[in-house]
Structure formats: structure tokens, C-alpha cells
Design a protein around this ligand. Structure first.
Ligand code: SF4
Length: 469
């Protein structure tokens, strides 16, 4: 009987995609996926240090694993991801029952490390940097969570130094994957029935800058250092079978007109821009090292909306960054009101050990004040979200069907091009997840739409058998 594995992911999309690759590696070694940890031969915890209390959550989970390992001494436990990269030897010191600790730069070694631990005992292997020639993460055989839409990593690492962010120190400098490899992977995915791809990177719109620099250093002085992201969007969108293309996350300081033009001129690129603001105060943006002012952000946003028809815009905002005054917060409220976001991920600042901002404890904001600011900001964000969603009533949108609604089994849920969730009644016949249908919007709510099915426009074609809905 095949051995079984579980991968438990804590964290962001980059981590989720790394987990897909770890799953792909294990499956190519003959393992089968299970959802039951007590039934597993290998448990992988893919950690994140971006989210709050990441280490407490990890050591809590490892406490549970200890009990499983006491019952089944053959169980192998692996810990990878950002927290493993950051804390290096600490995991095995604190949790001696862990068999393998690996970092963000050697995901591709997971299978070998597992074998090594089986023959010679616990192993910790953390690489300080990625090897772009041998180990580009996406070159691994990923096992996507879904069969009809997939992440595609175009770049790893980040060359910026946002004061609140741990990514540059755990994911290293930016390395872009060659465009021909990305297109080849998109073709492979499309061939397997994937029709929606999300290009993934920490700073996608600076894609290609490092490749151009490398070419210059190799003696080709004519290579332009202009980022190549717009061209990449056009190339991936041209792959037959790719009906929807998205990307996350771009950086406002690196956003250029050619990206907006590529979005507007390429029907497969969805009219949704995630455009992280972080703060509307120029003083706080400077302290964060974001590289733009609120005015510049709003100008670029206006250009995006002028260039791309029917564009939905979402953002990230941090409330209570160290030193944020009431005046700074008012500036954020003003930008949020002017920007009229469709949706915003809002976060209360919390220090991440190892970041520059975590050392500013003398100017940390009063938690009660931050709580109150957060609630005020949510009011503005939700008012705008509701207004955008009410404005969709009467519109016929194409959705990709995602499956039964989580709250009402008589309904299906789909996602529009603008990335909005729509719930609509199930049709009489089956309609698999990954199919496309047009839906007439009948209700707008703060975080979702309700609609009625107009017609099925394309049936899912992915081969893997999934539940018929
Ligand atoms: S751009 Fe800033 S927030 Fe984004 S990954 Fe890089 S350092 Fe972190």
C-alpha cells in the first residue's frame, strides 16, 4: 500500500503554492494524499512568519504531532517555509521529534531530505539563497489544489525593504523565471484543462529586471532594464485554453503604463487590480520605505481606471504603523475615500521579529486608539464596497463556477472577472466547478453578489475526476 502524506499550510499564496510543489514532489515519489493526520506517514508543516503568532501556532501544531509520533514512531514530520528559514536550528532544538527542517530556497530537496532523515536521523538544511539555475521553485512538479485553476510562480524573492515585512530576509533577492519556462508551464497547465492562471510573485511588475541586468553583465549592453511584465502578460494570455489570467501582487512604485495597456488590450487578463496602498500618509509611507506618495498612488490608480474598462480595485492597508498620528490616519481615510476600493484587506499593525519596524517600540501606537481607527476605516471601506456591488445589479457577468455555496447548498458560487463572488441557484443539470456561465446580478452586498443563471458558456474540461455538483 502507498504511503500517505498531509501538507498543512500556514500563510500566504506563495506558501500555498510551495505546498502544491511539495505535494507534487511527494506524489512523484509514490506518496498518496490524505486529509487525516493520524493516517499519514509524512506530515509537512509549511510555515509562515508574516502572520501574527506564527511561532505559537507552529509549536502548538508540533505539540499535537508529538502525540501522533508517540503512537506511530515511523511517522516523519517535516517543517518548511519562512519560519523555518528564519529560525533555522531553533525548530529542532525546541521540537526534537521533527525529522526534517528545510527553508524557502530548497523546497525542491524535500524528497531527498526525507530519505536522508529516514536513513541517518533528523536533518536541518537551510540555504541562505536560491540557486536560480537549479532550483527555480516553479520548475517542480506541482500538484495543484484545484484542477481547473492554478498559481504560476514567475518570480521569487523581493528587492524592496518595506519596514514591516520579513519577506526579503526569508525569501531573498528577486529572481525572475525565464519567460519561455513560464509560457511552457502555462501550456502544460492549459493542456491539463486549467483555464485560469494567477501569476505569482512578491513584486510581479518588476518581473524581468534581474534577467535584463544579468544579460547586461554577460556583455549585452543594449538590453533595456525596463521590466518585462506587460510582455509576459500578453504571452501567457495568448496560450490556447487560458481563458482567465490574473496576477498578484504588484507594487505601486513599479507600476507602468504598459502594464495597464496590456491589461486593457488583452481580453484574457481580468479587469481586477490588487494595488497595495498600505498607508495614505506620506510620512508613514516614507517610514515604511514604500517608494511612492499618496498623490502618486492616486495618479496611477486614476490612469489604471481610465485605461482599463470596468476595472475593480482592491488593496491592503495597515492601521497603526509605528508613529502613526491621528493626522496620518486621517490621510489614510482621505485616500481610501477617494480611491473607492472594491475591497480592502485591512490589518492592525503587529511587529514581526526581524523587521525594521519591530524595533520602533518607542513609537508603537496605543492599541485602543488603533482599534478605534481600524473600525473607522472599515466603515469607509465597506461603504465603498457596497456601493460598487450595488452598481453591479442588472449587469450580466461571466463567472467561473467554484462549487456549491458554503452557506446554501441549493446555490452555486462563482467568481466574476472582477474577482467578486456571486451566489446563484443551481441549474437542474450538473455543472462542474471550473465551468463558465453568465449570471445576471440581482443583489449587491458588501462582500458578495447574488444573481441568476443566464446560460452556461463553457463546460470544465479538466480530466481529473471531481465531484459532480
Ligand atoms: S514589496 Fe515590500 S511588502 Fe512586498 S514582499 Fe517586498 S518588502 Fe514585503
Amino acid at each position: 500500500m502507498s504511503k500517505r502524506y498531509v501538507v498543512q499550510t500556514f500563510g500566504c499564496q506563495m506558501n500555498e503554492h510551495d505546498s502544491e510543489r511539495i505535494a507534487g514532489l511527494l506524489e512523484s515519489d509514490g506518496y498518496e494524499k490524505t486529509n487525516d493526520q493520524s493516517d499519514a506517514d509524512v506530515i509537512v508543516l509549511n510555515t509562515c512568519c508574516i502572520r501574527e503568532n506564527a511561532d505559537n501556532k507552529l509549536y502548538g501544531a508540533l505539540g499535537n504531532m508529538k502525540r501522533l509520533k508517540d503512537k506511530n514512531p515511523d511517522l516523519q514530520i517535516m517543517v518548511g517555509g519562512c519560519l523555518a528559514q528564519k529560525d533555522k536550528e531553533m525548530i529542532q532544538q525546541k521540537a526534537g521529534h521533527v525529522d526534517v527542517v528545510f527553508g524557502t530556497h530548497n523546497v525542491h530537496r524535500a524528497g531527498e531530505l526525507l530519505n536522508q532523515a529516514r536513513s541517518s536521523g533528523p536533518v536541518t538544511e537551510i540555504w541562505e539563497a536560491a540557486d536560480p539555475d537549479e532550483a527555480f521553485a516553479s520548475a517542480l512538479p506541482a500538484k495543484p489544489e484545484l484542477d481547473y485553476k492554478a498559481w504560476l510562480t514567475i518570480q521569487v524573492g523581493c528587492d524592496n525593504s518595506c519596514a514591516f515585512c520579513i519577506v526579503p530576509s526569508v525569501r531573498g533577492e528577486e529572481i525572475s523565471r525565464p519567460a519561455e519556462d513560464i509560457v511552457a508551464e502555462a501550456e502544460r497547465l492549459a493542456g491539463a484543462g486549467v483555464s485560469e492562471i494567477t501569476l505569482l510573485g512578491q513584486n510581479v511588475n518588476s518581473y524581468g529586471r534581474d534577467l535584463a541586468l544579468k544579460a547586461r553583465h554577460a556583455g549585452n549592453p543594449d538590453v533595456k532594464l525596463r521590466p518585462a511584465f506587460a510582455n509576459l502578460l500578453r504571452s501567457v494570455a495568448a496560450v490556447e485554453g487560458i481563458r482567465r489570467l490574473r496576477y498578484t501582487s504588484p507594487h505601486p512604485k513599479d507600476m507602468t503604463t504598459d502594464v495597464f495597456e496590456a491589461m486593457a488590450q488583452t481580453p484574457a487578463v481580468m479587469p481586477h487590480l490588487h494595488f497595495p496602498l498600505q498607508s495614505g500618509s506620506n510620512a508613514i509611507l516614507k517610514a515604511m520605505h514604500r517608494g511612492y506618495t499618496a498623490q502618486r498612488y492616486l495618479e496611477k490608480l486614476a490612469e489604471a481606471r481610465e485605461t482599463i474598462p470596468d476595472l475593480a480595485v482592491t488593496t491592503d492597508i495597515i492601521v497603526g504603523f509605528p508613529g502613526e498620528s491621528e493626522e496620518d490616519f486621517q490621510a489614510t481615510m482621505a485616500v481610501a475615500a477617494e480611491a473607492r476600493f472594491d475591497h480592502a484587506f485591512t490589518f492592525v499593525y503587529s511587529p514581526r521579529p526581524g523587521t525594521e519596524a519591530a524595533q520602533l517600540s518607542d513609537v508603537f501606537c496605543d492599541p485602543a486608539e488603533v482599534k478605534e481607527r481600524f473600525a473607522r476605516l472599515r466603515t469607509v471601506i465597506e461603504r465603498n464596497a457596497l456601493a460598487h456591488n450595488l452598481a453591479r445589479v442588472g449587469v450580466i457577468d461571466e463567472v467561473m463556477v467554484e462549487g456549491p455555496s458554503k452557506t446554501d447548498s441549493d446555490r452555486l458560487t462563482g467568481r466574476t472577472g472582477q474577482n467578486k463572488l456571486v451566489h446563484f441557484p443551481k441549474p437542474d443539470g450538473p455543472l462542474r466547478a471550473g465551468s463558465y456561465a453568465t449570471v445576471k446580478v440581482t443583489e449587491g452586498h458588501t462582500s458578495y453578489l447574488v444573481g441568476e443563471l443566464v446560460e452556461i458558456t463553457a463546460r470544465a474540461t479538466h480530466r481529473t475526476r471531481i465531484a459532480v455538483l
